[in-house]
Write a protein that binds this ligand. Structure first.
Ligand code: PLP
Length: 355
């Protein structure tokens, strides 16, 4: 920290993103990206003259993209806000709603929640998970604070059913309940169908995972108009051009290619279920993940050892050096051949540990 940094940030612990290595070619299963390229319509759309138009600012109303998202989900464009990754929508929500009341979220969840709370001076209540890593909904029924829940949760992959989300919404008539659905397209129930009934619900999704556009940095929030207008007020006070021309076009093309999207997520789900079966057969323990990653414990070796040994073998996964989850690895679902290599490598590590 230089002597110029505001003392408010003296204890700020920034978020640590997963490695994006350049030292060698890895099988990269550490940041929950899609193994499949974006819809071919993305390249077709971007080639069509938009490059010349980069001299012009992008559309701050993002009208075409909001229209495409609204059509897809059966909402009005006024119920949509898009951001530079869903991280930005989360940041806007912390800024717009959490300053006075604070926010509750699971103690084991997406690492950005506590970072945003710290950065924006928001009081945070980090609620422990149950022993089996599931969320106890009863812990989130205290009205007077906002709630953020990733559904499915990360890094566990465990999802809450819609009636649990509804219980939380009903307990918080005057607070915002943010459901972060970064991974919902891989098999969990979306809360979007509850938006019309609850003016305190904000659903956040992303193009980074199921729509293969992590590098495009596009996420979005869906809610009744009131919440969207509040988020817009923050957005226009921060960066009205938060999405460039290329991401706007890419996102719209991806949203409109429903068939391609369904094909990719179907393949990821099938690969996930097969990988679960095969890893369990060789003795691994794991949660019942409905996301595009698994949360896995190898028998007889520590999480740290398994992470390092896999890296030596050219496979990158995510290990969190945190109490309660230190023995687990978070492994992104890659293409079938990548998962075959992973299963072989894990088998080798287990055999080595038995010697
Ligand atoms: C639960 C959760 N929410 C949000 C995000 C942010 O995604 P993005 O900013 O790429 O949309 C991630 C990324 O890994 C995540 O795991």
């Amino acid at each position: 920290m230089s002597r110029f940094m505001d003392v408010r940030y003296a204890s700020l612990e920034p978020y640590t993103p997963g490695e994006q290595p350049r030292d060698r070619k890895y099988i990269k299963l550490n940041t929950n990206e899609s193994p499949y390229p974006p819809s071919p319509r993305v390249a077709e759309t971007i080639n069509a003259g938009e490059i010349d138009d980069l001299r012009l600012y992008s559309d701050p109303t993002a009208r075409d993209l909001y229209g495409a998202i609204a059509r897809y989900y059966g909402l009005q464009p006024s119920q949509v806000i898009a951001g530079n990754g869903s991280d930005e929508i989360l940041a806007f929500a912390f800024l717009a709603f959490c300053g006075q009341k604070g926010v509750a979220f699971p103690a084991v969840s997406y690492g950005f929640y506590p970072v945003f709370a710290e950065l924006f001076g928001v009081k945070a209540r980090a609620v422990p998970l149950k022993k089996d890593f599931s969320i106890d909904v009863g812990d989130y029924l205290l009205s007077g604070e906002n709630v953020v829940i990733a559904n499915p949760n990360a890094p566990t992959g465990i999802a809450l059913p819609l009636n649990d989300i509804e219980r939380i919404l009903q307990a918080h008539p005057n607070d915002v309940v943010l459901i972060d659905e970064a991974y919902v397209d891989f098999g969990a129930q979306s809360a979007i169908s509850l938006i019309d009934g609850y003016d305190n619900l904000l659903v956040v999704q992303t193009f980074s995972k199921s729509r293969s556009l992590a590098g495009g940095r596009i996420g979005f929030g869906l809610a009744q108009q009131g919440i969207i207008q509040d988020l817009m007020a923050v957005r226009y006070s921060f960066n009205p051009y938060n999405l460039g021309r290329l991401p706007l076009l890419a996102a719209r093309a991806a949203m409109e290619d429903r068939e391609y999207f369904d094909g990719c997520r179907g393949k990821v789900i099938a690969t996930r279920e097969r990988t679960k079966r095969e890893l369990r057969q060789i003795g691994c323990d794991m949660t019942e993940s409905l996301a595009n990653f698994l949360f896995v414990k190898l028998p007889n070796v520590s999480g740290e050892y398994a992470y390092n040994r896999l890296k030596e073998m050219g496979i990158l996964v995510r290990w969190f050096n945190r109490d309660g989850i230190r023995d687990y690895l978070r492994i992104t679902i890659g293409a079938d051949a990548e998962m075959d290599a992973l299963i072989r490598a894990i088998h080798t590590i287990i055999e080595e540990a038995e010697k």
